[in-house]
Design a protein around this ligand. Sequence first.
Ligand SMILES: N[C@@H](CCC(=O)N[C@@H](CS)C(=O)NCC(=O)O)C(=O)O
Length: 208
Amino acid sequence: MLTIWGRANSVNVQKVLWCCKELGLAYDRIDAGLQFGRNNEPDYLAMNPMGRVPTLVDGDFVLWESNSIIRYLAMQYGPDNKNDTLYPAEPKVRASADRWLDWALSTLQPAERPVFWGYIRTNAADRDMKQLAAAASEVEKLWHVVDAHLKGRDYLEGGTFTLADLVIAAYARRWFGIAELARPELEHWYIGITQRAGFQRYVSPALT
Ligand SMILES: N[C@@H](CCC(=O)N[C@@H](CS)C(=O)NCC(=O)O)C(=O)O
């Protein structure tokens, strides 16, 4: 049995939960982070010295970093252990999917995090609207790049639903919880993804 540590309203935890659903994996989840605490206690830090969520425990194997966790799950538990759909084995398709995972953590999340926190986790009276509008306009530019890439495609890479779609859609849900769906290609792709059971169960719930 897998154990996933982390609160269910964390986008990085949501990716892992959704990935488990795509792969049909059972798991126990233990709340940790923010109001649940635990992530800075010694036993947690022994598993994950970053004190962040999620952390995956699979028997005696412990792994942190959400994108590394979903890659591991797809490789370890995907069909035939090769998973040629969720995490395609073909090197060019895999690398193309991987770049979105890397881009999400290196570029998209740092840009969207202040916007998410500003609108969702800050009281209206305490918001710096000028700063938030400037930050949101930077995030919008990033979504325009995704929109342009999606022209003529149903999925980000390889013609099937992959980890790239899973990760980018998890952030898209946060963005569209705040902003308008104003780009046709992005909207077409996103609406398709929202039909997936894992998205509906783990990512779609109200932003908190
Ligand atoms: N790059 C890491 C980021 C992990 C991270 O920053 N997680 C946030 C939640 S999204 C966290 O642990 N925040 C502190 C907390 O919840 O107490 C990953 O993708 O797993």
